[in-house]
Ligand binder design. Structure first.
Ligand code: HEM
Length: 423
């Protein structure tokens, strides 16, 4: 079976281009080969076919998990994520876990989290003067939000050791050379090897997380996500085990920390170059604030693909593909299609307020189908609150030219870290 066309360059070269300049790489292959396009990288054993046309994207999101288990694409996360993690499960197990983990993200709990997020955002942005590397600041802020709201850390004495342990664990996976070394040699070659160091960091982090769970069990109540997750009951009425809770907390951290930080850094990168948008944000109109969030996520999505591996042949967008290959809805290309988004490369929040508004079905920064981001309402609320706090500041770019996209582990970030001048 022939695969759609794609670059012939060796997988190592494509991996490098995909890592160093993901946006330029995607634009180039799309211009040259059209849609779909097949790429080869060192991240997957078989080629990956990328789709961005809405009908094909819908086909990818509707693939039966028995044909295309998405959890298998995140298998490399298992040593950190754990066996109960929503990220690595598929089929009925995944749906069961999804029902459980959804509770904190809807209705009343979501509203209750907002003031804490707003307060943490105001406190962070209130310190900004002069040159600020927003990606670093947003990593700290989104981690703080997770520690306080998801893990329910009560006070600095609980937050500080967790913060250190998260840094120790994530630093290994954020560094590209270290991640490459780890994925190539997943063996513990002693505590000084990348994999050995990573395993040790995960063990330390786990011990702290299990302490947090034990404390919450001993003193129930409070309004954290952990408190809500403790109230879960499965279909037989059984409460979650400690290891299950640990895996849920880690899933929320792994999926919700770097993604939100990258999206916010892009928001600052864009705002700095659009004083008109900053000025209008100052008016405090909620619909405009929401439009800015949606437009940032469209024009600079933090995740570029939603990948699946085919265990059986499947038809996607009219194209029959063999078992073994990987397929992906290419979020980045779909959000940049000129036929769906006129002047797609332009950051223009106003497009969301015009009539008719853009088709929400073609807005997929959170993916789609049964694996659509479970934390999307929280992520959007978090972005709104940070941008509300940012409206008080005057933000300028340090250099006029826009920042390029660069990959940092799984997410795409501004290559100069979203550097801005404040004041
Ligand atoms: C702007 C920030 C975020 C972006 C762009 C984003 C995007 C995504 C995407 C694209 C997926 C995968 C969809 C797929 O494979 O089809 C995903 C999955 C997920 N996200 Fe997010 N996410 C963000 C923030 C968050 C936050 C804050 C949380 C929780 C605190 C979260 C929790 C999850 C979970 C649990 C999944 C797995 C869902 C499943 O497998 O069923 N995300 N996210």
């Amino acid at each position: 079976m022939d695969l759609p066309p794609g670059p012939r360059a060796p997988a190592a070269w494509q991996t490098l281009a995909w890592t160093m300049r993901p946006a330029a790489f995607l634009r180039r292959i799309h211009d040259r080969f059209g849609d779909p396009v097949t790429i080869r990288t060192l991240w997957t054993d078989e080629p990956m076919v990328l789709f961005s046309r809405p009908d094909a994207v819908r086909d990818v999101f509707r693939l039966d998990p028995r044909v295309a288990p998405a959890g298998q694409s995140w298998e490399f996360l298992r040593p950190f994520a754990g066996p109960h993690s929503i990220l690595v499960l598929d089929g009925d197990e995944h749906l069961r876990e999804r029902r459980l983990i959804r509770t904190p993200f809807h209705g009343e709990p979501m509203c209750a989290f907002r003031p804490t997020v707003a307060e943490l955002a105001r406190r962070e942005l209130g310190t900004w003067r002069g040159r600020v590397i927003t990606l670093e600041r947003m990593r700290d802020l989104t981690l703080e939000i997770i520690l306080r709201i998801v893990f329910g850390a009560r006070g600095e004495h609980e937050a500080a050791p967790l913060r250190d342990a998260v840094h120790a664990t994530l630093d290994s996976v954020r560094s590209m050379p270290r991640m490459l070394a780890m994925s190539l040699v997943q063996r513990d070659l002693g505590p000084r090897s990348p994999w050995g160091r990573f395993r040790l960091a995960v063990e330390r982090f786990d011990a702290l997380l299990l302490d947090v769970v034990a404390r919450q069990r001993a003193e129930p109540g409070g309004d954290s996500m952990l408190a809500l997750l403790l109230e879960q009951r499965d279909e037989d009425g059984r409460p979650p085990t400690d290891r299950h809770l640990r895996d849920q907390l880690v899933a929320l951290l792994a999926a919700g920390h770097d993604t939100s930080a990258a999206s916010l850094a892009w928001a600052f990168e864009r705002l700095a170059r659009h004083p008109d948008v900053q000025a209008r944000l100052r008016d405090g109109e909620p619909a405009y604030l929401d439009a800015v969030v949606k437009e940032v996520l469209r024009v600079r999505p933090a995740l570029t693909i939603a990948p699946r591996r085919l265990l059986q042949p499947a038809r996607i967008g009219g194209c029959v593909l063999p078992a073994g290959v990987h397929v992906a809805a290419c979020l980045w290309l779909a959000l940049r299609r000129e036929d769906l988004w006129p002047s797609a490369a332009v950051f223009r929040p106003e497009r969301w307020l015009e009539h008719p508004p853009p088709n929400p079905m073609s807005w997929i920064p959170f993916g789609g189908g049964v694996r659509r981001c479970a934390g999307a309402p929280f992520a959007e609320m978090e972005m709104r609150e940070v941008l509300r706090a940012a409206a008080e500041l005057t933000i300028r770019p340090l250099r006029a030219e826009p920042e390029q996209a660069r990959r940092s582990a799984l997410v795409v970030t501004p290559d100069r870290g979203g550097e801005v001048l404040v004041g």
